[in-house]
Design a protein around this ligand. Structure first.
Ligand SMILES: [Zn+2]
Length: 431
């Protein structure tokens, strides 16, 4: 594939105008002003368009699209206990398959090429990930506050093992198996230590929720006498490459612990605002050199998986909170949404447009009223763009979304099944 006469954002976040990109197989093989002679592959006209590297959503529960808008207007504990958990208890692999297809379609439309997920019914999610062509680090969110279940005899271990075997059998590096501990408030110390040791021994990545609410911090201090960050450090969790979602409440040594242990933070501003959790101290995190990334969280607490909206919100929110219009430059925001996340996922040849890297490319149409004129390409991308401006999403050299059409997703079938599942589950929960 040859993308001709396009403006691109390169690996240093510099704007390169009127250039050409050649993709061979899964990789970018050429970037330059000269158009390769006698090129006989597919040619894409890049005039009035801008190419960036694909975005990576580092915290999601993708099948939760099925719960979008369900149980609104309740405080967090009642929302979870009375609505979300009962509904989730009836979900099957097939339900999660359709919920995942819906979520992945939203992500493609907003330029996401890879995501980190924490949920259950991994077989259904895996099927959707495999079929659609998206990259994903999948994990089973282990939760068992009373410590009644042995991790190695439960579903979390069984499904993680299944995932690893599947990946080995089909020999793919597009899908990765991570280990997940849901949170300090949904697990017991003994299990957390065992799971952390297992993760470290098997060299998988870890995915957790961390320091999301004030109540979580208070309860953790009451139970263990330490902050959630110190708790997971003491349990050995951070020996593995860890992505920690939220980190809204960090204090004292928490910042140094996260940096020293190379813990990546998945910043989820929409979810933190919508659930009334608070606003994460992004400026202090970056001052402490912590690897920060962006996540949408699940669609039940966002309520969409629109990465463009999340990037825009993160870019605005922290300028306002810090009363500093110079904080978080457009280049820095781009890096947070792509390269930092690729590093955290363990994908060293992703996260930037450069020769030799994977061809994970998103193309924006600038021929739109709100995208003109163009004084500053990056400013238009971060502050003006809507997800509808994305006209092409490429993953590992394959087009997965183009001009409203999904290559591998039958949207009519997905929407029909989503509404069928919704009706069926509502009957079950009200019985
Ligand atoms: Zn979450």
């Amino acid at each position: 594939m040859l993308i001709k006469n396009i403006t691109l954002i390169d690996e240093n976040y510099d704007v390169i105008k009127d250039t050409n990109i050649v993709i061979e197989g899964k990789k970018i093989s050429y970037i330059g002003k000269e158009i390769p002679e006698n090129y006989n592959g597919y040619i894409y006209d890049g005039r009035n368009k801008v190419a960036t590297t694909g975005f990576i959503n580092t915290h999601c529960h993708v099948p939760m699209t099925l719960l979008r808008g369900y149980g609104e207007g309740l405080p967090l504990d009642r929302w979870l206990g009375e609505k979300i958990w009962p509904f989730e208890s009836f979900l099957t692999d097939e339900d999660c398959y359709y919920g995942s297809l819906l979520g992945i379609s939203e992500m493609f439309k907003s330029g996401v090429v890879s995501f980190n997920d924490m949920y259950f019914n991994l077989e259904g999610i895996l099927k959707a990930v495999y079929e659609t062509g998206i990259k994903a680090n999948l994990s089973y969110g282990y939760a068992d506050i009373e410590g009644r279940k042995d991790y190695f005899n439960g579903n979390a271990y069984k499904e993680t093992k299944m995932l690893n075997e599947y990946i080995k059998n089909i020999n793919t590096d597009r899908i990765r198996a991570d280990v997940s501990i849901h949170a300090v408030y949904t697990s017991c110390e003994d299990s957390v230590k065992k799971i952390s040791e297992y993760c470290n021994n098997t060299d998988m990545n870890m995915h957790i929720h961390l320091s999301e609410t004030e109540l979580e911090i208070k309860e953790c201090k009451r139970r263990f006498g330490v902050t959630p960050v110190e708790y997971f450090l003491n349990c050995g969790t951070f020996k593995s490459n860890t992505i920690a979602a939220h980190c809204v409440y960090l204090e004292g040594d928490d910042f140094d612990i996260l940096r020293e242990n190379n813990v990546t933070v998945a910043h989820c501003p929409s979810s933190n605002l919508k659930l009334g959790s608070g606003i994460a101290p992004l400026k202090s995190m970056l001052e402490h050199d912590i690897n920060v990334t962006i996540g949408t969280d699940g669609a039940a607490s966002n309520n969409n998986l629109n990465m463009i909206e999340e990037i825009n919100l993160a870019a605005l929110l922290h300028k306002g909170v810090n009363k500093d219009p110079l904080f978080l430059s457009t280049k820095e925001v781009m890096k947070i949404a792509s390269l930092n996340a690729a590093k955290a996922q363990g994908r060293n040849d992703c996260g930037a447009i450069k020769v030799g890297n994977r061809a994970d490319i998103v193309i924006y149409d600038f021929d739109r009223p709100h995208m003109q004129p163009v004084h500053d390409v990056l400013a238009n991308l971060i502050y003006s763009a809507q997800s509808d401006d994305i006209c092409l999403t490429i993953i590992d050299g394959d087009i997965v979304y183009k001009d409203g059409i999904f290559t591998n997703i039958d949207m009519e079938k997905v929407c029909y099944n989503i509404n069928r599942i919704k009706k069926e589950k509502l009957k079950m929960v009200t019985k």
